[in-house]
Every structure is written in structure tokens, then in C-alpha cells.
Design a protein around this ligand. Structure first.
Ligand code: MN
Length: 200
């Protein structure tokens, strides 16, 4: 338990939970299957936060351009601090002066399976993270099929690339980031939250 608390140290240090509606987080597992979530986050710079449940927390990457269903696209993915499991359901407005201030919607969510391996050896997610070579099979509402997250350098702060793997769910003609902008939870677009904020 204290181990999981340590994992969320950065997350907790960056936020004031009296000010931010974000969850503090005390749940260290999800219900049945491992979950993933992609949050669209307008923090001045618009980006997509890709999060995978690993060992009681959500491992996180910020993807400026968002995911692509085209295997030819390699999207920059910048690692960010671990988030609590409850964050997967977070949608709302982070107030001004708070870390990550701006609107957040749940752009996609679902379950995932770890498919990481090299030659014939399968890797745990923890090992795959260490090796900087993760493959997962996503079952979301917008994204499905195999995706890879590959670290481009050897140190902890190296950038990663996020890309669709070639399979029957790959589709170079789809562009869900632009054609499917709504939250899979509320049906709201991120612009709707901005309007809600102004109406307060
Ligand atoms: Mn973010």
C-alpha cells in the first residue's frame, strides 16, 4: 500500500486537492480487466493523455497529436507522472493556477491486454516498461487492436513513440481524433466544458 502511495508522490505533489476536482486516489486496482483511458486535455496546449493500468496505477504519456489508426503514423508520446486508477473516470475543469489547468474529457476508454514480447518470450508490463518496448491490444470504443509504445532512448526521460500495429483494426482512412471528438462518457466535446465554465 505504501508502495502505491509512493508511486503517486509526483501526482500528489503537483496538485492541491482542495482546489482541483481531480481524484486523490486510494483505489489500487480496477474491477476486472486491465483498463486504458485516453483523455483529451486542453491545458493551454491541447494533447491526449494515454494511460494504462499497471500494478495499481495508471502509467501515463502525453501525446500532442493524439492517436492514429494508421500504422504509418508515429506519434510522439511524452511520459508523465503516474495517475491513480480513479483518474480514468475524471472529466471536468481543472481550475486556473492549478497544475494542468484546463478542460479534460474522457476521449476513449476500455480494456487492454498486454501482448509485449520479444522472440518467443512474453514480458510482464513492468518488464516491458523497463525495456521501453510495450505492445498492447486495446478494446476501446474508438481505438481497437494492437498498439505499440516504443522508447526512443535509454534513459527514463526519453521520449516514446505511439503507433498502431498492422492488423485488421488498422485503418489509414480513419482519423478519429478529428472525426470523433466527443467524450465516451458524457458525449460532450472539450469545447462544451469551456462553455460550461463561462456559464458559471
Ligand atoms: Mn494532460
Amino acid at each position: 500500500m505504501s508502495k502505491d502511495k509512493d508511486k503517486l508522490k509526483d501526482y500528489h505533489n503537483k496538485r492541491d486537492f482542495d482546489m482541483s476536482p481531480e481524484p486523490r486516489g486510494d483505489q489500487n486496482f480496477s474491477e476486472d480487466e486491465l483498463i486504458f483511458v485516453i483523455q483529451k486535455h486542453n491545458a493551454g496546449n491541447l494533447h491526449y493523455d494515454f494511460r494504462l493500468e499497471v500494478d495499481g496505477v495508471l502509467k501515463s504519456w502525453a501525446i500532442p497529436k493524439g492517436p492514429s489508426t494508421n500504422p504509418d503514423d508515429k506519434r510522439l508520446a511524452i511520459p508523465t507522472e503516474d495517475h491513480p486508477i480513479e483518474y480514468a473516470a475524471f472529466e471536468g475543469v481543472i481550475p486556473e493556477d492549478q497544475y494542468g489547468a484546463g478542460e479534460v474529457i474522457v476521449w476513449d476508454m476500455g480494456s487492454y491486454e498486454n501482448t509485449s514480447k520479444k522472440e518467443d518470450a512474453s514480458f510482464s508490463m513492468e518488464t516491458a516498461l523497463q525495456k521501453g518496448h510495450i505492445t498492447v491490444y486495446l478494446q476501446g470504443k474508438k481505438l481497437e487492436g494492437g498498439y505499440a509504445l516504443i522508447r526512443t532512448g535509454s534513459n527514463e526521460n526519453s521520449r516514446w513513440l505511439f503507433m498502431k500495429m498492422k492488423d485488421d483494426k488498422a485503418d489509414a482512412r480513419r482519423n478519429p481524433v478529428s472525426t470523433e471528438p466527443k467524450s465516451v462518457i458524457s458525449g460532450k466535446k472539450i469545447e462544451d466544458l469551456k462553455k460550461d465554465k463561462k456559464d458559471d
